[in-house]
Every structure is written in C-alpha cells, then in structure tokens.
Design a protein around this ligand. Structure first.
Ligand code: C2E
Ligand code: CA
Ligand code: CA
Length: 973
C-alpha cells in the first residue's frame, strides 16, 4: 500500500515480490474469461493489436490473459513488463526502436516487431508489483496521454481485483477444506462475543454439536482467565490499528459438554471483517501429547536404568531418576545440588568440559568410565547420552549402564581363565580338546607336547591321521565318535600310543563337551602315561608272588599253583607228586658264615633244584631253607623218588662260597596225589610228616609218606599234650646207671636218666618224649626238676660217687641254668665237684659263644662238664678247642661195632687220642660185652658204662648197690 514510487529492485524486495507472484500461480492454467474481456476492452480502447496481463516471475513472464499474441510466455530478459515493475507509474515506450533499453530487444528486432508499449503495474493488496496490464502495437506512436495512462491504470486495478478475487475465493475454499479436514478445532467469534462458526473438530473436542455452538457466548466455553487474555488481545488489536493480532499458544483445560476436562493448546488471532472484530480460536487437543509427556516422565522417573539430565552449560543436574539415586546413593534433592564434576574422579576433571562440548547429538560409549558414588566408591558405567532441550535449556540426557559388577566378573573370569590355563598347563597328564566335527585338535597342554614329542603349533588344527598310523587314528576316531555321542565319561585303559619314545600305555578319560542345546561340540581327553606304573605293577605282582632272593614262586604262589595243578590233575586223571625239601645244615652255615653266605647258599640251592627239575615241574621256596617241588606226572612214585635221589645227591655236593666249600645236604618228604591225599592241605601235611621222618633218619634221606608216620606224628602230638601236666602229676622218676673206672673196676659216677610212667600210655622212653619236651619248651622245667632230684639222690651216696645229669641244648641261654644248678646243689647240700653235666654237640649249633660262656660259668662253680654222644653231631672239631671238657663220652653207636668193625675201632682210637691231647677223661657208653670192655680198656679208655655192668637202676637199688663192699663191677655182674 505504501510502496515507494520508485522501486529499487532490491534482493529482499524481489524475494517478497516473487513470493506474492506465487500467490497467483494457480491461475496459470485456468481460463480467465473476465481477464480476457478486459484485455480485449483495452486493445479496443487504445487501438492496439495486442493487450496482455503479464505476471513476471524470476526468469520468465507468463500471460494470464492475452489478445493479439499466440505465445503464453516469454523469457524475462526480453520482457518489457519487467521494466514496468520498477514503478507504480505506467511505463510508456512510444517507439521501441528509438529507446536504447529496447532497440536491441529480440521482440523489437524480430517478431512481433514491437514498436509501441504501455504497461500499467498490477499491485497486490500487500503492495508488491507482480506484473502488468500492457498494450502493444507494431506501429510507433506520437503520444500516449496522461489520461490514457490513468485509463490503463484503472483497467490494471480492475485486473488486479479480478486476480485477488480469484485468489481469495481459492483461499476460502482451501480454508474451508482445511477447517473440515483438520483435527484442530476452529471457532470464529464475532464481537461482542458470539460464536459465529465452529468446525467439525471443534464440535468433537468440545462435545457440542455445531448448531449448539453457534450463537454460544465465548465465555461459556473458555475459562475466565483465557477470556481475559483474548479480550486483552482484542484491545491491543483495536488500539494498534493493525489488521491482525495474534495470541501466543498456551495450554489450558476446557470443560466439555459432558463435563470432562479436555487438555487443550489454544491459539487465537484477531482481525476485523465486515466492520466487526473477529476472533479466530484454534483448539488443539493435546490429550495425547499430555499422555506422551506423562509417559515420558514415567519412563524417566521409574526407569530401572539410572538416568539423569544435566545442563550442558553449567553441568548441574536438572533431573535424575530413582534408579540413579539407588546407584549413586544421593537423594534426588541432593543430586540437584551437584554437577557432573561431583560424580567424576578427580583425574577425569580436566577433560570433562571439553568432552561434553565435543559431544555430538548422540553419544554411544565404547568403553566404561569411572564415576564415584556418595560413599566415594568407584563405579564403572557406560553413559549413553543425547543432547535434548529440556525446560528451554540445552541439556544432556544420559542413561547409565552400571557395569561395575560385570567388569569385576570379567576380571574374575579372566583370572579364573589364567588359573585354569595354569592348571591345564601344569597337570602332568596329556590334556587335549578336539573338535567333534572334524577331529582337529583345538587344545593340547605341555604334557601332551612332551608325550607326542611335538610343538603344539604342529598339533593344533591337525587330526590323529596326521600323526599316527591309519589304523590307530581310525581307532581313536571311532572311540571319539562314540564318546561324543554319549553323555558319560569313558575310560580307556592301557591304550597304546606310538611316540618318539616308543609305544606308551595310556589311561585315557574322554568326555564330550556340548553346547547349551546339547549338541556335541568338543571332545575333552586326559591321557595319563601309565607305562611305568604298569611295569611297576607287573613287577609288584611278580614280587608279591615270588621270593626276592631266588625269584622262585613264594608260598602264596605255590599254594595257588598246587591247587590249580591238583584241579588239572583231577580233571585229567593224572598223578602228581609233592616233594618238600629241607636243608640239613643250613642253620650252621648261616650262623658260622653269616647271612650273606646263607643267602648265597639258598640261591645256589635254587639253581640246583631248577637244574634238576623237568620242564613241567614247579620249584618254589616256602621260606627259610624249605623248598617244594610240584611234579605232575604219571607213575608219580617212581619219578618222585628218582628226582629225590637226584636232588639229595646234587645238594650233598659242596657249594663254593668265597673260597670256602660248604655242604648242606637235605632231607626230602614226598606225598603223592591221589594216593596220599586229594587236597592241597592233606598233601602238604603228609609231605611234611614224611619230611620230619626223613630228618629223623638223618642226613641226605628222603621219605615217601606212609600211614604209620602219621600215627607216629599223632602219638607225638598226644605226648606233647600229655607232657604239659606230667610234672604236676608226678609222673616222672629218675633211674641211675653207674659208670665204672676201666682199670680199677670201681663205680665212680651214676648217670641220671629220666622215666615217664603215664597212667594210660604206660612207660614212655626219654628218646621219645625229650624231643617233644624240647619242642614245647617244657624241657627247662623238667630239666630243673631232674637237676634237683639227681642232686638230692646223690647227697645220700658215698662221697666218692658223682652224679651225671643230661642237659638239653635248650636249657642253655640266659643265666637261668647256672642259678638252677646252684640252687639244686645247695638244696641237696651237694658239693659242686660231685655233679657232672652231660651236654651234646647241639649246644654249638647256635648261639655257641653265649653257650660257651654259660659253660665257663658252670665250670667256675666247680661242676664237671662232659661231652656226650661224641662223634654223632656237628662235624666240626673246632669247638673242642674253645672249651676244655672234663670228659668225652664215646657214642654207643661206635662201641656197638666193636670188636669186629675196623671203622668203629678207628673212630674209637681217634676219639681216645683226641681226648687225651685235650686232657679229658674218656668214657665209653653202651658197653655190653666183655670183649668190648677188654678192647676199650686196652685202647686206653678211662671209664665204661653199659648193660655189661649195669642197667639203669631205681634209686633204692643204686643206694643198696653202692655199698662200699660191692662197688667193683665184677661183683655187680
Ligand atoms: P644217653 O644220655 O646217651 O643215655 C644213655 C642211654 O643208653 C640210656 O637210654 C641208657 O639206658 C642206654 N644204655 C646204657 N647202656 C646201654 C647198653 O649197654 N646198651 C644199650 N643198648 N643201651 C644202653 P635212655 O635212658 O632211654 O635215655 C635215652 C636218652 O634220653 C639219653 O641218652 C639221653 O640223651 C636222654 N635222657 C635221658 N634222661 C634224660 C634227662 O634227664 N635229661 C635229658 N636232657 N635227657 C635225658
Ligand atoms: Ca647221657
Ligand atoms: Ca649218650
């Protein structure tokens, strides 16, 4: 309206002008009948060929109405009208060829050969020139009067009104459509305050029909404060004189017809129309937005993830949620007093501001950061942040994922892994993991590398087929498949494995490792190299059943072997012989030469037995110097006896020991299956009985079992039992056999000999029960009784008669014997030199040094010591030197052969010479004939004893016969 007279076509003006042209652009393709009438009126009125309504856009002009021109548009550069835009005045060009602005113009130089032009501007209600109504002619004119200009201008404003009318009609149509289509309620109020229009949406929001709304006063709908605001806007509008005033949007609640509250965003504008002030009110239903806001608040407040909003400028917190308080330990109120700095550890402070300024609109963390809670504890947090505008301020909203525990768990997991790796590496067994699908190794430990002799880099990714023979690898693969298919741990014992160190035996435990769906993924195996252990077990098994010294089967193995052989023999109706071999003089060798020599003897004996046996025979060592041979054969008796003979001869041969030679000899007992028994126990017992008898028979013998042996053994068993009470029952008595001086014929001594009168069994010989007494240990008690009894008897004899008492080797040992002797002498009041103790070579068989000491003790008491049965026992004579015997008694077996046996005579002579050289008295026992007496006397024997002189006599008879007048043996016979 107040457009300047001359427009500077400034950029800003041109932009707004083009914007206004755009308001009419919708007319380009619409026929404009009234426009057409005006242009033809103008052409007629001014007598031109052409008249146009031209709208000038940025690069072109187009014609809304035209006459006399075929074209609908031209480029702006050739447009005359474009020049008319600069002024509200009419642009008149009388002769274009004379006007420097247009002389070169294409429209002037060429078709339509414009000469005359007059254009009146089309000025919009907003004051912008959007184009012209122009008249054009091919002939130049002399003049175009001011009146013509005014007429053209009037026509131009008529055109403009036309255009505006069309535009408004269009706009009204559009507004109506919009008001129908929009969800916003639109109400028109005409002052004083009556509603004159309401759209459908308004009716919906408020619950009144449109008819009900029309003529309703505004104050009936809007709350009073809003009415006040609207009225204030109206006042502003009327005062300022502008054509339009607007009320800023604000929120309120309206009461609907049904009485419910509707949250509304309300905008209002004020203008005047038809002379009345109009108020347009737009009501936007913000129920949903409110709900959205409420749910956002709820999403924030109650979100289990800690969230906060802080001011992006001062970094103070503006909002925090409950989860945030839980995590950091600050109340919501306290949080609002804090800034980001308070939650960050000091070392992070220098970077905080920069980091926040650099942050893009959205931040997704890659690593956790450290925060401090109210107690100063360090939290590890992933902050997801975004820039937001909150309460009109630039803020940052962050959701904080607490990963403190997760990180700690991850560290723990890592540590656990390190620990497990260390365990896996340091277990001494091979540990491996294979992929179930392709059998490739995915893990192997140090022990595995060592066992396979390969670096793990050469193992991982390969299969068994790369290391082992096809056959082995196929076996492992088959095992693996079956293990992976099952659920159980499978143990494979003694699995052979080829390694650079040779074939090793493994004990392998395998188990399938499955994924969470139970699908087999891996195969885990632990292989223990048990080669050495197996060898050790084998060795132990051997040792447990073999004798260490000789490597022969031991007693345990022997018993099993005997049982199994007996079963086999019984099944095959075969015979079997069992030989028990006992060394005769092993104890002496052991005692005199030491245990090492003894061991050597046993090894040599084992060798000889093995040499003598047949391939199927079994030789075992039962312990000590006792061996056994199992001989499974037909004609058992003959073959067993043959073998026994062979062994006896072989073991009688001297054994060489360190330059010495010893001869042990053996006794052998034989029992046969099935003749002598069908069970191992019976056979063993009977072989043992036979051995016992073989021993009795003296050296180098063997005995085949006979039933009588068992009877004898049984009798010995009974005797042993009966012997226990014999002393208490007073069943023993002593008889005395006198010993005479060979030259004078007078009695010098009486030997006490024990008798056992059993009330049932009858009289039992000492030769039979003394061994039993020795084996039961009763001999000590019995011996003590004999000593006491004999001394008592002797105390009533003439003083020149000694008493001789037999001692068993078992009475030696300890100091008991000396004290027994002393108390016997003292008890009888007998002088020690009247007592003679007869010992045998047996005391030198063991503990000889201790026994010699005892002998010396006894001798020191003043008693005499005689060596009985000389020549029958231990063959070494060295002990004769170790103790000076008072007397040596020639054994009766040598006397028996006299006078005929030359051997016996030689032995008797040798003994007499030996005794003489040691200064001992020589006594011959078992003298039964005069010839024997004469011979012994001639040979220089000092004393004689035997049935030729006297049988053992009961004490009374002895006492009677020892009367001094009858002492000569001639008188006795
Ligand atoms: P010994 O010490 O050699 O005793 C001699 C044995 O020969 C006695 O047998 C005696 O009766 C027997 N005898 C004596 N003169 C003759 C003879 O001319 N011809 C024959 N054929 N025999 C004769 P006895 O009494 O049966 O004693 C046997 C053995 O028992 C004794 O042999 C002795 O070793 C042992 N003995 C006897 N009494 C005792 C004792 O009180 N204590 C111990 N420890 N052993 C005793
Ligand atoms: Ca004797
Ligand atoms: Ca004797």
């Amino acid at each position: 309206m107040s457009a300047p007279k001359n427009y500077q076509l400034s950029e800003a003006y041109e932009r707004r002008r083009l914007n206004d042209v755009q308001q009419y652009a919708f007319l380009e393709n619409q026929p404009n009948y009234s426009g057409d009438h005006i242009v033809s009126l103008a052409a007629d009125l001014f007598g031109t060929s052409t008249a146009l309504v031209s709208l000038v856009e940025k690069d072109r002009q187009w014609f809304n109405a035209r006459i006399g021109l075929d074209r609908c548009e031209t480029s702006r550069s050739v447009s005359f009208c474009s020049h008319a835009l600069a002024s509200e005045d009419v642009l008149v060009v009388l002769d274009a060829t004379k006007d420097p602005r247009f002389v070169e113009n294409d429209l002037v130089t060429g078709e339509p050969n414009i000469r005359f032009y007059a254009g009146a501007p089309l000025i919009t209600p907003r004051g912008y020139i959007i184009g012209t109504l122009c008249i054009i002619d091919g002939k130049p004119r002399e003049r175009f009067s001011e009146a013509d200009c005014q007429r053209l201008k009037a026509l131009a404003s008529l055109v403009m009104d036309q255009l505006e009318l069309k535009r408004l009609t269009e706009a009204q149509k559009a507004a109506l459509c919009l008001s129908r289509a929009t969800h916003d309620g639109i109400i028109n109020v005409t002052l004083p305050e009556t509603i004159t229009y309401a759209n459908l949406a308004a009716s919906k929001i408020l619950g009144y029909s449109r008819q009900e709304l029309i003529d309703m006063p505004m104050s009936a709908l809007l709350p009073p404060d809003i009415v006040l605001k609207v009225n204030a806007a109206v006042t502003r509008f009327t005062k300022c004189g502008r054509d339009y005033a607007a009320l800023r949007a604000f929120e309120t609640t309206l009461t609907t017809k049904s009485g419910s509250e509707a949250p509304i965003e309300l905008t209002a504008s004020v203008w005047s129309a038809d002379g009345a002030v109009q108020i347009g009110i737009i009501l936007r239903d913000v129920t949903e937005r409110k709900q959205r806001e409420a749910s956002f608040k709820m999403l924030f407040e109650c979100n289990p993830i800690p969230m906060w909003i802080f001011d992006a400028k001062d970094l103070f917190f503006v909002e925090t949620n409950n989860a945030c308080s839980d995590l950091y330990g600050y109340s919501k109120e306290r949080f609002l007093e804090l800034s980001v700095f308070d939650l960050k550890p000091p070392e992070d402070h220098p970077d905080i501001v920069n980091n926040i300024n650099m942050m893009a609109s959205v931040y997704e963390p890659t690593d956790a950061v450290s925060h401090l809670d109210s107690m100063g504890r360090r939290l590890r947090v992933l902050p997801y942040a975004r820039r937001i505008t909150h309460q009109g301020k630039e803020c940052i909203l962050a959701a904080l994922i607490d990963v403190t525990e997760r990180e700690r768990a991850a560290i723990e997991l890592k540590n656990t892994r390190i620990f497990l790796d260390a365990v896996v590496e340091s277990i001494p067994s091979m540990l491996f993991v294979k992929d179930v699908q392709d059998g490739r190794f995915v893990l192997i430990n140090k022990a595995g590398e060592n066992l396979l002799g390969m670096d793990r880099s050469d193992i991982i990714g390969k299969t068994d087929f790369d290391f082992f023979s096809n056959e082995d690898a196929a076996r492992y693969a088959a095992d693996d498949r079956s293990v992976a298919a099952g659920q159980e741990l499978v143990v494979i014992e003694n699995e052979p494995l080829s390694t650079p160190k040779g074939v090793r035996s493994l004990r392998t435990q395998k188990v399938g490792v499955r994924d969470s769906d139970g699908k087999p993924l891996y195969l885990l195996g632990i292989s223990e190299d048990v080669t050495e252990r197996l060898a050790m077990e084998q060795k132990n098994r051997h040792l447990s059943r073999h004798d260490i010294l000789t490597d022969l089967p031991n007693r345990v193995a022997y018993q099993d072997l005997l049982n199994s052989h007996l079963m086999a023999c019984a099944a095959e109706r075969n015979e079997l012989s069992l030989l028990l071999v006992d060394l005769d003089r092993f104890k002496a060798v052991n005692d005199s030469l030491g245990h090492q020599a003894g061991d050597e003897v046993l090894r040599k004996v084992a060798e000889r037995l093995l040499a003598d046996k047949e391939p199927n025979d079994i030789v075992a060592r039962l312990g000590g110097d006792e061996f056994a041979i199992i001989k499974p054969l037909r004609h058992a008796k003959e073959t067993a006896q043959a073998l026994a003979l062979k062994i006896s001869a072989h073991l009688a041969e001297p054994i060489a020991l360190d330059g010495q030679h010893v001869s042990v000899g053996c006794s052998i007992g034989i029992a046969l299956f099935p003749q002598h028994g069908t069970t191992a126990d019976v056979l063993m017992r009977r072989a043992d009985v036979s051995l016992y008898r073989a021993k009795e028979k003296r050296e180098g013998g063997f005995c085949l079992f006979e039933a009588s042996m068992e009877e004898k053994a049984e009798r010995e068993r009974v005797l042993r039992n009966e012997l226990r009470g014999a002393l208490g029952r007073n069943e023993f008595r002593l008889v005395y056999q006198p010993i005479f001086d060979a030259s004078s014929g007078t009695a010098v001594c009486c030997e006490a000999l024990i008798r056992w009168e059993h009330p049932v069994i009858g009289s039992i010989s000492p030769a039979e029960f003394i061994p039993a007494a020795e084996s039961t240990g009763l001999i000590r008690e019995i011996g003590r009784w004999v000593l006491k009894e004999a001394c008592l008897a002797a105390s009533s004899w003439p003083a020149n008669i000694k008493v001789a008492v037999n001692l068993s080797p078992l009475q030696f040992g300890g100091f008991q014997l000396a004290s027994d002797v002393t108390s016997a002498l003292e008890g009888a009041g007998l002088l020690p030199d009247r007592l003679e103790l007869e010992i045998t070579e047996g005391i030198f068989l063991q503990d000889s040094e201790e026994n010699i000491a005892t002998l010396q003790q006894l001798k020191a008491l003043g008693v005499h010591i005689a060596l009985d049965d000389f020549g029958t026992g231990f063959s070494s004579l060295s002990y004769l030197r170790s103790f000076p015997f008072d007397k040596i008694k020639i054994d009766q077996s040598f006397v028996k052969g006299l006078p005929h046996s030359q051997d016996s005579l030689s032995i008797v002579r040798a003994i007499i010479a030996l005794g003489r050289s040691f200064g001992s008295t020589i006594t011959a026992e078992g003298v039964e004939t005069l010839q024997q007496l004469a011979l012994l006397s001639d040979e220089g024997c000092d004393e004689c004893q035997g049935y030729f002189f006297a049988r053992p006599l009961d004490p009374d008879t002895v006492l009677a016969r020892l009367a001094p007048s009858r002492l000569r043996y001639g008188a006795l016979s």
